[in-house]
Write a protein that binds this ligand. Structure first.
Ligand code: PMP
Length: 386
């Protein structure tokens, strides 16, 4: 559409154009109600339909089994760092296991980049016992230590295993079942899928919980999706330790009992997510996975063609298809690259402030043409500066 750019932001990020157009069309008068969704009570029948459809559609798209709840929460991916820990330790299953052991259970963390590291630090801040089962720090998070080297705790001493499937800053993506394959099935696996959710099929039934901020593949900022196995929501109510430690706004069970609306939800964000879920359903999750691989291939082919110039920093075995990071030989060339890209209407390509370099995010809503345009620009840039 005229005036729009190729937007490679890591999030909030580009949304499917048909979704934005539908939002625009319905903005002032949603479905004949005479009002915008922005102005609508979350207790209205119309809004009940909107949130119910959003949940049902996501359930179909990801084939979420019936023994899992889908929750729409707030607090972002960051809120879930604490929520995952506090909810698991409030669950009857974990408390019983801990009583049997007679001392605090450990939380196993696979640290593969900034986001899993922050997740781990939050648990330490809250006084949890963390076992770092793997840490990619030695390689500067350019790769994932092989599963054979992970030091996972004994199942009867471990509350859960946590990892981040796609490290948005470091551009590292864990292969789909690498972690659930390595963990004893009695230990719940908690996964942060903030930046690759909805981009490929996921075997939800093998996870304890999947958490994700919406603002990459799913919709606007402001809503956090939690998919959690229902038995992990079971509590021994009246257990004072549990209620003291778990604020209501982080309590998965509180949201589950109230259909994600124990209080005012981020109504507009959930509405837009619902439209994105419908768009994703029309494309098909397998087709979305095929497209993400095709987009990433175009850019990685350029990196691999000139590795001394486009300096990819990630081990090809775990390079992300969502966030592709590389450096150029000098910071000056990187600045020129960003400026020339902007002249071609390709924007939001600056690497995260902690790493520098270039980061190109290729989420679901990025058409193949956007990745083609970027790859062509890389070729042209190399021809002139390489
Ligand atoms: N996890 C991942 C993988 C992320 O990319 C981000 C944010 N980009 C977060 C967690 C934190 O999410 P939020 O900013 O919504 O708190």
């Amino acid at each position: 559409m005229e005036g729009r750019v190729w937007n490679f932001s890591a999030g909030p990020s580009t949304l499917p154009l048909p979704v934005l157009e539908e939002v625009q069309r319905d903005l002032l008068n949603y479905g004949g109600t005479g009002m915008s969704v922005l102005e609508m009570s979350h207790r209205s029948k119309t809004y009940g339909g909107i949130i119910g459809d959003a949940e049902a559609t996501l359930r179909r798209v990801l084939d979420v089994p019936s023994n899992y709840s889908i929750l729409f929460m707030q607090g972002g991916g960051t809120g879930e760092f604490a929520a995952a820990y506090l909810n698991l330790f409030a669950s009857r299953a974990v408390r019983e296991k801990q009583r049997r052991l007679g001392r605090p259970l450990a939380c196993d963390y696979l640290v593969t980049g900034s986001w899993s590291k922050l997740g781990k630090q939050e648990v330490e801040r809250l006084g949890g016992r963390v076992n770092v089962a793997a840490d990619g720090a030695a390689s500067g998070y350019a790769g994932i230590p092989p599963a054979a080297e992970w030091t996972l705790g004994a199942p009867d001493e471990t509350a859960f295993v946590y990892y981040c499937e796609n490290e948005t800053i470091h551009g590292v993506e864990v292969p789909p079942s690498a972690v659930v394959d390595a963990v004893d099935p009695s230990v719940p696996v908690i996964c942060d899928m903030s930046s690759n959710m909805l981009s490929r099929p996921v075997d939800v039934g093998r996870f304890g919980a999947i958490v994700a901020g919406a603002q990459k593949n799913m919709g606007p900022a402001g809503v956090t999706v939690v998919i959690v196995r229902k038995d992990l929501l079971e509590r021994d109510e009246g257990d004072a330790d549990v209620t003291r430690a778990l604020p209501s706004v982080l309590d998965w069970s509180y949201y589950d009992r109230a259909g994600s609306m124990p209080h005012t939800p981020p109504t507009f964000s959930i509405y837009v997510c619902g439209l994105v879920f419908r768009w994703a359903e029309q494309q098909g999750i397998r087709e979305l996975a095929r497209r993400r691989a095709a987009r990433a291939r175009l850019v990685y082919d350029e990196i691999d063609a000139h590795p001394a110039f486009f300096r990819g920093r990630v081990d090809p075995a775990c390079r992300s298809e969502m966030n592709l990071v590389f450096n150029l030989p000098t910071p000056e060339l990187e600045a020129t690259f960003l400026a020339e890209a902007a002249e071609r209407r390709m924007v939001q390509l600056k690497g995260h402030r902690s790493l520098g370099g270039i980061r190109v995010s290729l989420y679901n809503a990025m058409p193949l043409e956007g990745a083609e345009a970027f790859a062509a620009f890389m070729r042209d840039f190399y021809a002139r500066h390489g």
